[in-house]
Design a protein around this ligand. Structure first.
Ligand SMILES: [Zn+2]
Length: 516
């Protein structure tokens, strides 16, 4: 199984050299609010920057959507023959509570509560994030820079903005001067916020803060004495503002101008708006050609939020363990495989809303099983002299759909049409030529595995997992019967030998519990 996994990865990497899809890619650019043809600055190279996680807690369903969306874009660009440098950052400093300029650093707070070094917290959750992403078959980015590892670059970037006259120093902190910037450029162009109105309502601050206006944002913050994450700078011992890392690191690794910047819609304002302002102020021009945003996931129609208690971590999905929501209802009825989560996300277009419910996930699970069964049956088909099923245009239709702003629901519907043909063939009710069969297999491999990133092995693994769990349950049920019959020798033998193998067995009133 492992070898197969590695072989699949190599297969995909090998294709980095060979273009496997023709045609033009169209992407919805949030900046122009239109779907436009994607033209890289320096083909065949493509630079893509995506805002990664703030590592102070376990990855949840909300993290899965941007990761899978930009993995899909990465895979599609690669299949088009582009050599993609994909940068996805790790935010391990500067992201304050409530996403504002005040409050405690999210990572430092977790470190304080758990009595750890902040970098221990960051490393722990970075490892766990990687693990969850691997399960979801999200390919690793080309570069994964950490904000804390790029403090000198961020200080230089702040200096450039100060030199250009779009920032001011106040009490050891540095703030971006939004009003001044907006006189020459357009603050709000990405999110469509009316900045005149914002400026009007935030005109005067009554001296309670260091900022001239509440709309101004921190580029550098002076650290309070109790703040443990701090670095030297020309202005104070402190730390960079949250938006600064992305401008500095994207410029460092992708240049002053690059092709694609991605992230969730929730980051559009203020994070991405501030990134545009910072880069434009420092460089004298905009950096990003295409802004791509994925929509959010709701839980049973509600926004996901810590206060609502409806956060579901990816591990909870995979293990089927979850907590109750505010109304005392269990959020997850059963475990869902990582590929079910991936398929559930890909069944919706990335710009559409997506609502989680157990029913929706269970229907995704059924759909995925149907698709994968047909894929397995496809491998076993034998060719004939003629073709009686309609599979000719499948590849073309799938290509057209994916190149049309990554329209995965349409790709999936074409694949489902093909499953009908495959089942007809497998049931002996039709025939297919060798040429058509090879084409059909190639199309399934390309779209199911390489572009949608659905792992075939996952189904097999799940099946084996189920069998293994049932086998342990069976042994423990035999032990239970032995105990009821006062056959202590058998009961002890099973318990001792399972324990020696590393199983942890707990006797309960109504049976048993075990884990490994
Ligand atoms: Zn960012």
């Amino acid at each position: 199984m492992m070898l197969q996994k590695i072989a699949n990865k190599f297969y995909f990497c090998a294709k980095l050299i060979f273009k496997v899809m023709e045609g033009k890619l169209y992407l919805y650019n949030t900046l122009s609010r239109t779907k436009v043809e994607f033209k890289p600055i320096k083909p065949p190279f493509v630079g893509m920057y995506v805002c990664g996680p703030t590592v102070y807690g376990d990855a949840h369903l909300g993290h899965a959507r941007p990761a899978i969306t930009f993995d899909l874009l990465f895979r599609t660009l690669t299949a088009l023959g582009y050599k993609v440098r994909y940068v996805r950052n790790i935010t391990d400093v500067g992201h304050l509570e409530h996403d504002a300029d005040e409050g405690e650093d999210k990572i430092a707070k977790k470190a304080r509560l758990e009595q750890l070094e902040p970098m221990e917290v960051a490393q722990y959750y970075t490892n766990r994030y990687h693990h969850a992403m691997e399960k979801l078959n999200v390919l690793p980015p080309s570069i994964e820079p950490h904000a804390s590892g790029h403090i000198p670059e961020q200080i230089k970037f702040v200096e450039k903005i100060l030199d250009a006259g779009y920032a001011y120093i106040s009490e050891g902190s540095v703030y971006f001067d939004v009003e001044k910037y907006n006189q020459k450029y357009h603050y709000g162009k990405l999110s469509g916020r009316n900045i005149e109105e914002l400026l009007e309502t935030t005109r005067e601050l009554d001296g309670q803060t260091e900022k001239r206006r509440s709309i101004d944002f921190a580029l550098w913050k002076k650290a309070a004495p109790e703040h443990i994450m701090r670095w030297e700078s020309p202005w104070s011992d402190g730390f960079p503002g949250w938006h600064m890392e992305c401008s500095a690191m994207a410029t460092k690794y992708l240049g002053e101008e690059f092709d694609i910047h991605g992230g969730g819609m929730d980051l559009m304002f203020p994070h991405h708006e501030c990134e545009i302002a910072q880069s434009t102020a420092a460089l004298g021009h905009e950096s990003v050609h295409y802004w791509v945003h994925n929509n959010m996931i709701t839980i049973n129609g509600q926004k996901m939020g810590k206060s609502l208690g409806n956060f579901i971590t990816l591990d909870e999905f995979f293990n089927g363990t979850s907590h109750k929501n505010a109304e005392g209802k269990e959020l997850i009825e059963k475990p869902y495989s990582p590929m079910t989560i991936r398929f559930f996300i890909l069944q919706a277009h990335y710009r559409g809303t997506l609502d989680f419910s157990n029913e929706a996930l269970q229907s995704a699970e059924k759909g995925l099983a149907r698709l994968m069964e047909a894929y397995a049956r496809l491998e076993k088909l034998t060719p004939s002299a003629t073709t009686t099923v309609d599979v000719k245009d499948l590849r073309k239709k799938c290509e057209e759909a994916i190149l049309d702003d990554l329209n995965t629901p349409i790709v999936i519907s074409h694949l489902f049409d093909a499953t009908k043909a495959i089942n007809t063939l497998a049931d002996g009710k039709g025939t297919i030529t060798k040429e058509d069969l090879d084409e059909l297999r190639g199309t399934f491999k390309l779209f199911v595995e390489d572009i949608l990133g659905l792992q075939v092995a996952d189904n097999g693994d799940n099946g084996k997992m189920e069998a293994y769990k049932k086998a342990v349950d069976l042994l423990l049920n035999i032990r239970l019967e032995a105990k009821q019959n006062k056959d202590w020798a058998t009961s002890d033998k099973i318990r001792n030998e399972l324990t020696a193998l590393g199983f942890n067995i707990k006797d309960k009133k109504d049976g048993f519990e075990w884990d490994l």
